[in-house]
Design a protein around this ligand. Structure first.
Ligand code: AMP
Length: 604
């Protein structure tokens, strides 16, 4: 094995990486660094994130840059703002002892004027996202005529994000005879096309197995009915009290829906997607990094910039459209020598897509049983018992209250006391599962009684049947739409008629309500012409008698779902933490960041 000293890196760079704690080169560095320092040929490197590829191209690039020459000599293109900042930071670290290297990061979502001012001072290396760079080229601020090295980092991801045309446009600006390096986690036909078009007999390097995900990731899936997806997600989270993972959704809407429901249900979760402002995204990512959140619900694109090494789980709430995206997702767990689990919620119709993914990953996925209420409660209870075992006692403050506490509770024997403590902690939680039916997987419609009595209550289907029709309305709590507003809306649009309403289910951005069936068509007609707070109301018969699955909206929705929320509100949006206490007579309060009163879901 070759070491850094033998590779021909200068003392300044060696000193910098020693300070960073790099002792031995990682495989991609062993291969790329000597090639980059040795000749000027093009390179394609198939390497996933976390393999050390930034240093692989960054160290030789920093070394080869002439800091006496004020022209831009190298261009690094990458898919996201976060990666852009990360690469810029890493290069700055490598260049700590190698003269005044000027690197400018340019990316969307930040002030273009500041970036223009930076570029005008003259920079040696530009690290850019494609869209913003085109803008800056157009304004004459970014000049690429002296660029001799182009690096396309996470090229597959840039293509997934639709940057192909931008990349073509940018590469046309860079003089012929340059060296081009392309880093990608997967090799697709589009990547080959770019390579053929812009690279000359490139050296091809593969780190690990081509197109396969990490060895230490296990893959499993739950077969679920679409209507049960959210409930199954909750069960996964409840069954894994220490879960620290990303829940991948397909669309921004679905992401927000799932995250909002999780937050409403008391989980340490939040959403990360492109409808949030950059500041909101940064805040969410930071909360996740420091483990203030256990579950980050994200779109593939928004999660790209997030570099977290110790995820326990990746959960595919929806399978990706592009099967190769699965490898990106699952590769986010099982890093740094740890094991990880990638779980997917799969609908029967998606079995084929799953088989395609299995082929790419080259592993057979394990079908998993949806945990029963009894299994979940058992797991949670023993998790709590373990915590109790490890509690450190002996605080002076407690000592002084002990005599009085003993006096008050002295009459209770050990067993009674234990029961009460457990009930206090778990009543609400047990309630959730005692009264909820177990979820039956489509291929496994066997009854999983699991120790808890089946609910004596009428299930939701029974409640909604009878003479009522369940309607969907495109207004929810974020619109200030509550039962009073619904009744007022109905009354003001059905003058003279008394329309009998049934159960009302208010959700964040839309709601369901029941109406006596003989009034359904009339009410739909009356409300569809109505407005609420300057917005057109859309009402239709709900597709199912249970809640509509996230992301499944009627076709008469506004062009952009997020448009339904006024711009101002959207910018001001911040996650609400709510505690829905179902136990009668009890009221818990959520207070800012405090986790008091919440289920304890923080990983330890
Ligand atoms: P990357 O794939 O470039 O995102 O790098 C993944 C992580 O590995 C980063 O945190 C780097 O700082 C770290 N890293 C890169 N090269 C080395 C090395 N030779 N030794 C130890 N850590 C490294």
């Amino acid at each position: 094995m070759i070491n850094f000293e033998e590779m021909g890196l200068t003392p300044g760079i060696l000193k910098a990486i020693q300070e960073l704690g790099f002792e031995t080169p990682m495989p991609v560095q062993e291969k790329v660094i000597p090639l980059m320092l040795g000749d000027s040929g093009d390179i394609i490197a198939l390497a996933q994130t976390g393999t050390g590829k930034t240093a692989a191209f960054g160290l030789p690039l920093v070394q080869a840059t002439d800091t006496e020459n004020n022209n831009t000599q190298a261009l690094i293109l990458c898919p996201t703002r976060e990666l852009c900042m990360q690469i810029t930071g890493d290069l700055t670290d490598y260049a700590k002892y190698t003269g005044k290297l000027k690197i400018q990061a340019v990316y969307g979502g930040a002030s273009i004027d500041t970036q223009i001012r930076g570029l005008k001072k003259g920079v040696h290396i530009i690290v850019a996202t494609p869209g913003r760079l085109i803008d800056l080229i157009g304004r004459g601020a970014a000049r690429l005529s002296s660029v001799t090295t182009v690096i396309l980092d996470e090229a597959d991801e840039m293509l997934n994000m639709g940057f192909l045309d931008s990349i073509n446009e940018i590469l046309e600006e860079v003089p012929q005879g340059r060296r081009t390096l392309l880093f990608s986690a997967t090799m697709s036909s589009e990547i080959s096309t770019i390579a053929r078009k812009y690279m000359e007999s490139p050296n091809e390097i593969t780190i690990g197995t081509k197109n396969s995900s990490a060895e230490n990731v296990s893959h499993g899936y739950y077969l679920v009915h679409a209507k049960d997806k959210y409930k199954v997600l909750k069960r996964i989270a409840d069954f894994e009290p220490d879960v620290y993972g990303i829940v991948f959704c397909r669309t921004r809407k679905e992401t927000q829906e799932v995250a909002s429901k999780l937050m409403d249900d008391g989980y340490n979760a939040d959403a990360l997607h492109g409808d949030l402002s950059q500041a909101q995204r940064d805040a969410v990512m930071q909360k996740f990094r420091i483990r203030n959140l256990q579950l980050l619900v994200a779109t593939d694109v928004a999660a790209r910039g997030l570099d977290v090494d110790d995820l326990t789980h990746v959960i595919n709430y929806s399978l990706p459209d592009d099967t190769e995206v699965y490898t990106h997702r699952s590769g986010r767990t099982g890093r740094a020598g740890k094991t990880g689990t990638s779980l997917s919620l799969v609908h029967l119709r998606e079995k084929h897509a799953l088989q395609q993914i299995e082929k790419i990953v080259k592993k057979k996925f394990k079908i998993l049983q949806i945990p029963t209420g009894s299994e979940i409660c058992g797991k949670q209870l023993f998790h709590w018992v373990k915590k109790l075992e490890n509690v450190v006692t002996g605080h002076q403050e407690i000592e002084k209250f002990l005599p009085e506490i003993k006096e008050k509770l002295g009459a209770l024997d050990r067993e009674e006391l234990l029961k009460r403590v457990v009930s206090l902690e778990f009543d609400r939680f047990l309630d959730d599962y005692r009264h909820g039916e177990d979820i039956i997987s489509p291929v496994n419609e066997r009854d999983r009684e699991g120790g808890f009595e089946r609910s004596e209550r009428r299930g939701p289907r029974e409640q909604y049947s009878g003479n009522y029709t369940r309607l969907f309305i495109n207004l929810g709590k974020t619109d200030g739409f509550y039962p009073e507003q619904l009744i007022e809306l109905v009354n003001s649009n059905t003058r003279g008629k008394k329309v009998p309403l049934g159960k009302i289910d208010l959700l964040k951005t839309f709601s369901f309500f029941e109406v006596e069936s003989s009034f359904a068509d009339y009410l739909i007609g009356a409300l569809n012409n109505a407005t609420f707070m300057d917005r057109r109301v859309a009402v239709e018969v709900a597709q199912e008698k249970t809640d509509r699955p996230a992301g499944d909206y009627p076709t008469n929705r506004p062009a952009k779902w997020s448009d339904r929320r006024p711009e101002k509100k959207r910018d001001e949006w911040k996650p609400e933490k709510k505690w829905k206490d179902k136990a009668p007579g009890k009221k818990r309060e959520s207070s800012g960041n405090s986790t008091a009163g919440k289920r304890d879901r923080k990983p330890r």
